[in-house]
Design a protein around this ligand. Sequence first.
Ligand code: ADP
Length: 187
Amino acid sequence: MRLIIMGPPGAGKGTQATALAARINGAHISTGDIFRANVAEETELGTLAKQYMDAGEYVPDEVTNAMVKDRLSQPDALTAFLLDGYPRTLDQVHTLDAMLADLGSQLDGVVALTVDSEELIARLLKRAQTSGRTDDTEDVIRHRQEVYVSETAPLLDVYRERGILFEVDGMGSIEDIEARVAAALPA
Ligand code: ADP
């Protein structure tokens, strides 16, 4: 199965993504994790990405698209994958469409976690106390929500129109949400 998981910052996307990737026995491709690994290793890509991440901005599409293209073409991602944090812009949606067409494959579904915005900010501020992530300060957290609403939320309509959007209530315990995600998946 080839899936995308989406949700605003703080929706619990990363937590659910790990479980979901295991469930579908697919490669878990998290653009945020790949960027953070590059930052930690001080690669050229990491140095570039860090400036955007620290400001709560998206890394430019051409950089992100090239990175995902490379990752998606690796053998472990051929039959099953979960994209976590990608696509985040309409440009990325179109690039992903082209990549999958080249690979002769297509998406089976898009899981979208929904959480109300006050809860999101509260969760992120709590995480900020322990995560050590330099993009977890209050101003940056609020900015990332705005960027999500303007850049990424419109993608939900695109996938809804394609009939492959599965919206899942992201409020509640990790286990409850996991069960809802599993129930929402296409057969
Ligand atoms: P969160 O889920 O907390 O919003 P991620 O860990 O998915 O964050 O991503 C962290 C940061 O990495 C983003 O704020 C952004 O700067 C960058 N990033 C991740 N994925 C993308 C993407 N698809 N396009 C552009 N930038 C991205």
